[in-house]
Design a protein around this ligand. Sequence first.
Ligand code: XMP
Length: 515
Amino acid sequence: METSSFDSVLVIDYGAQYAQLIARRVRECKVFSEILPHDVSIEEIRKRRPRGLILSGGPASVYAPGAPAVNPAFFDLGIPVLGICYGLQGMAQALGGEVAHTGTREYGKTELHVTQPSSVLFESLPEDQTVWMSHGDVVTRAPDGFQVTASSEASPVAAFEDRERGLYGVQFHPEVAHTPRGLDLLKNFLYEAADARPSWTRVSIIEEAIKDIRERVGSEQIICGLSGGVDSAVAAVLVHKAVGDQLTCVFVDHGLLRADEPEQVEETFRRLFNINLIHVKAQDRFLAKLAGVTDPETKRRAIGEEFIRVFEEVARTELAGARFLVQGTLYPDIIESGTRDAAKIKSHHNVGGLPEDMDFELIEPLRNLFKDEVRAIGEELGLPDEIVWRQPFPGPGLAIRVIGDVTAEKLHILRQADAIVLDEVRKADLTRTLWQSFAILPDVRTVGVMGDERSYAHPVVVRAVTSEDAMTADWARLPYELLEKIASRIVAEVPGVNRVAYDITSKPPATIEWE
Ligand code: XMP
């Protein structure tokens, strides 16, 4: 997506943990924000014509061996700069101030006193407020030309500014929720100091993307692989809005989807949006490839390969002449793969694992967006809630949640149990709170007793986790009543299951999926 018509403020990354959150907050203020590595060149920055820079927090000490240095040339760009925590200290150090190890750490909620109420950053904010601190070093002397604007018990220079040069710094973290007025402070920086317009809105993002897609593709044909997930769905609808019937979507149903998923995809795309859709029903082909395969990696490879074969066949027979391929790549995929090398996107992030050696040019209309922005845009485009708020689902689908070899019978059992988990979670209004909730079918049988009959049948494992980004996850403390309801319904309604267990491990040490 072309973003040059949006005012932007760039985040310079001194420690990945903080940079993403800052960029998200800036975008919440409707100003576009991108994250760049701390050693980014000045030309790269100039090319983007930002209204301002924010230097993120980072490692504990500017004196630590290998601590990333702050490039002093950032301060000569002629645009406002805000340093946060490590960013403030790096700024102080680069401009001739003093940073010291005082031995007192400030961590957590801290009382801040504004000493210069006329300061740009603290405009309209209370003189005394709570902020979130996390640092060992402190700035003991601001650089020449700077005014100290706030202090706390352990930080004599908790904020400073040189209004003339447009340089600002805060020791605390305005981007975290524990700093209640943090967002207002960021707004002061964005709107007052950097004079950025709040133009990054759902409607303008969509308009801009449509304009960009039209310019790129002209009258050429485009194809898009649908996975049933939110990213490829939003990408497809966006492209369709831009070029209508030039787009054809291909949905390969590998028979490993959740209950009702193929029908929902068909309904949404064909009937609701009237999009050209090729629905390839390839269940038998995939089952044949999976027969007798028990090793999870072998399963994944078999599915990935078969997917490519099916997709290639369709492209050859029905879509010859398409020049562009739509992918639902998101901004975190780009950041994860190293901001400078977008080609290294993890293979499981490619929609449905589409072939790499195909002769298509890529259209990635979501490559600047975070997941929640994609969902907001999906809503704006009129996609139904079942698609917009669907929980993440692995490309190889239920095949990796059937432990051991995959058969039609086991898939049928798992699909029914999974539908009950999702149904009860939805009724408890927890779908959006949970990162994922699903069922797993382990490759064991145990004894049970039902009526007067002894049974020897499968257990089902229920997994529900909360997470921000799937890198770490916590098992969800679901109410006992909900777990009881899920367990009794599964055993009563799904033949072949006589027991239900709940997975109470976090990630790490476990992973979210079983496999
Ligand atoms: P794990 O099990 O590694 O999973 O904790 C982390 C997240 O990634 C999802 N996942 C996948 N997503 N294709 C995908 O699109 C895949 O092959 C795949 N494998 C795992 C998983 O559901 C969880 O959200």
